[in-house]
Ligand binder design. Structure first.
Ligand SMILES: [Zn+2]
Length: 399
């Protein structure tokens, strides 16, 4: 017998399911492009304006969408178009980023506006799982609205290995109390809302896809580079999770035989040469100032002032980061790589160095060279990604 889990049968398309899929495609167009009129939507989805009307009117009536002010229909005359967009008074989404010792929660609108935030802390070495659940629930209760439309659900991004099928955290090295904790079902029971849980970089990728620089992009990679390294991959509009969320450990693919020891037990993992720890060790060896608190941002500033050795170290770090990106590009060709975390402060100089190393190593293809971009400096991508988990579940297009 194969050890593979059986998949649920795929249902045939009933009229109600067809309506649900069509509704999702309309919403997807709005997320991908922005506010659109009924005529725009009809053109984009190859249907009639009347057919679009039957899809969007129930969403306007139930307060999910709202029609904006009329805009000119141009020289052709005719009825002025009214763009449709997500209603600010529509049902919001609760989002949680769970880190070792800290919880960030937010209430997010369906349009991706962060409406309110709260933060809580717990002792990372606590052995009492209830204190963690209490902390998450307290943070959520501070952002959940007392009145108005009930939230669509809660998305939780976790810095650790997760089982996305059961909502359980499998392993979190920096906070052992989280290991084995069925956080999703426990929080769901306390707040009375559906809870969707995923690994932090995969949620971050959804933040990029729904609300960030990957809007309308079907394949890309979202990297988190700081004290740890994580990558969320979206290929053909599907977040790559592997079985029950076991995938996504690219930081522990070996890029250096007999390299540095990694906390995972192997040697020479990509993570051992592409995080802050490597940078600080090398900065200390070179005698650079403030080596023990060095980040990409402070190193880039030293390099800009032409401090001896700084630009060379920045380039070596960019080279180290490029190795894993090249491997991803050669295997799956996401084409676009979005950098989050401390990499953002490295600025365009650092971005360009990584891009140059990547482009010089990948094989040329008609699809064009892979691009590296920086996430916005005001980076809400993780809580937005946690909110994106709820949107994905509701739309079931980008899952
Ligand atoms: Zn490792």
């Amino acid at each position: 017998m194969s050890p593979r889990r059986e998949r649920a049968a795929t249902p045939l398309i009933s009229p109600s399911l067809a309506h649900q899929v069509n509704r999702s495609r309309v919403l997807q167009s709005l997320y991908d492009i922005g506010p659109l009129s009924r005529s725009d939507l009809a053109r984009l989805t190859s249907t009639t304006r009347a057919a679009i009307g039957t899809i969007v009117q129930p969403m306007i009536d139930s307060g999910i969408l709202v029609e904006g002010d009329p805009r000119s229909s141009g020289a052709t005359g005719g009825k002025p178009a009214r763009p449709l967009w997500f209603s600010p008074s529509g049902p919001p989404i609760a989002a949680v980023h769970l880190m070792p010792g800290q919880v960030d929660a937010a209430l997010v609108s369906t349009a991706g506006d962060v409406l309110s935030t709260s933060t809580g802390t717990f002792l990372p070495d606590t052995r009492d799982a209830d204190t963690v659940i209490d902390c998450v629930v307290d943070c959520l209760n501070r952002v959940l609205p007392a009145e108005g439309a009930p939230p669509l659900g809660v998305g939780v991004a976790v810095g650790g290995m997760v089982n996305t099928d059961t909502g359980t955290i499998i392993k979190a090295n920096l906070a052992p109390v989280l290991s084995g904790l069925p956080l999703g079902p426990l929080v769901s029971e306390r707040v009375g809302l559906p809870v969707y849980l995923d690994h932090h970089p995969r949620a971050q990728a959804l933040g990029d896809r729904w609300f960030g620089q990957a809007r309308g992009v079907h394949s890309f990679a979202s990297l988190y580079l700081a004290d740890v390294l994580g990558v969320g991959l979206v290929i053909d509009d599907t977040v790559q999770r592997g079985q029950a969320g076991a995938g996504g450990e690219i930081g522990h693919t070996v890029v250096q035989l007999d390299g540095r020891n990694c906390p995972c037990g192997q040697r020479g993992c990509w993570e051992t040469i592409a995080t802050d720890e490597w940078l600080r060790d090398e900065a200390a060896t070179l005698g650079l100032p403030a080596a023990q608190t060095m980040t990409t941002g402070s190193l880039a500033r030293l390099a800009a002032r032409q401090h001896p050795g700084a630009d060379e170290l920045l380039d070596r770090f960019a080279h180290n980061i490029s190795l894993g990106i090249v491997n991803l590009q050669q295997i799956l060709a996401p084409g676009l790589f979005i950098l989050h975390g401390h990499a953002i402060a490295g600025g365009d100089t650092f971005r360009r160095k990584i891009e140059d190393h990547v482009q010089s190593r990948v094989l040329q293809h008609a699809a064009g060279p892979p691009r590296i971009v920086l996430a916005e400096a005001n980076d809400h991508a993780t809580v937005l990604g946690a909110a994106g988990l709820v949107i994905s579940h509701n739309l079931k297009l980008i899952a």
